[in-house]
Design a protein around this ligand. Sequence first.
Ligand SMILES: Nc1nc2c(ncn2[C@@H]2O[C@H](COP(=O)(O)OP(=O)(O)O)[C@@H](O)[C@H]2O)c(=O)[nH]1
Ligand SMILES: [Mg+2]
Length: 318
Amino acid sequence: VIAREPATLFAQAREGSRGALARLVTYVESGGTRQRESVAVAYASAPPYVVGLTGPPGAGKSTLTDRLITALLDRGHVGSTAIDQLGVLCVDPSSPFTGGAILGDRIRMQDHATNAAVFIRSMATRGHLGGLSLAVPDALRVLGAVGFHVALVETVGVGQMEVDIASAADTTVVVTNPGWGDAMQANKAGLLEVADLFVINKADRAGVRETRRDLEQMLDLGGAREWRPRIVETVAQSGEGTEALVDAIEAHQRYLATGELERARERRARVELDQVLALTLRARVTTLSGSEAYEAQVRALLAGTTDPYGAAEALLSR
Ligand SMILES: Nc1nc2c(ncn2[C@@H]2O[C@H](COP(=O)(O)OP(=O)(O)O)[C@@H](O)[C@H]2O)c(=O)[nH]1
Ligand SMILES: [Mg+2]
């Protein structure tokens, strides 16, 4: 029987119950006291090493994720981190994981879905406080707390929220295709900023060399930095290039191990705290503006016995 108490669920999930783990992820998505209890437990453990894949719809992220799952489990480690099981979160309404794809993909994913070493979960709900960009890092921490050392996150890289989620990864892989410029134009700068690695997937198509040249040029314009994103060519459909991608991921992880991982995680902790603060305050504003005290301050404003700053201070100090 799957428990309802977060503490018991963590114990069950650590014993291998996927049902318990799924319920914990639902809790962190849903908000309320169970979310708070779950997150409190989750953040007491080390986070997993997270590889994020992002890019436009149809770029081949799911097909590539599928390849990565197999390759990582086969390798059994990424750098010095052992991989005995793999957590996969998909934030992508068009993903095969959520049933939106062709039959072949779905059958392939089902192979993994029944593999005890793989936990696949799609996240599409808005999350507590209205922030999916909070629910995803929380779910990753839940994975870490139940013993997953490595996790993959697939997100459609189209908007700021997706870029936020992608930046919750330790290694972010931006998946492009030959002729990528058009599909990515809108968010090129954002994707360039989060990319630790570039993949030119569908390298079986024409235009690979031009796309590589474009990417190299953009990286040159970005100036010198300690880590220059590698560019890997893949044909996810056939699996070609998967090993090179895993090698590139390991190379980035080695770079992170020089101290950059701690710095990146500190930056992210600040971003996450800012996000939670902002969302919490906004939720508080919504509650306040429906209250009796708020109405009293409106009347006082109209009567000229207070000003908006005084009124806001009075409400917030309650
Ligand atoms: N030609 C070709 N097609 C691919 C390749 N990788 C994926 N596809 C196809 O591209 C389509 C979109 O793939 P999918 O993984 O669902 O993309 P996502 O939306 O980024 O997750 C599917 O029909 C795949 O079979 C590839 O390397 N070459
Ligand atoms: Mg997909």
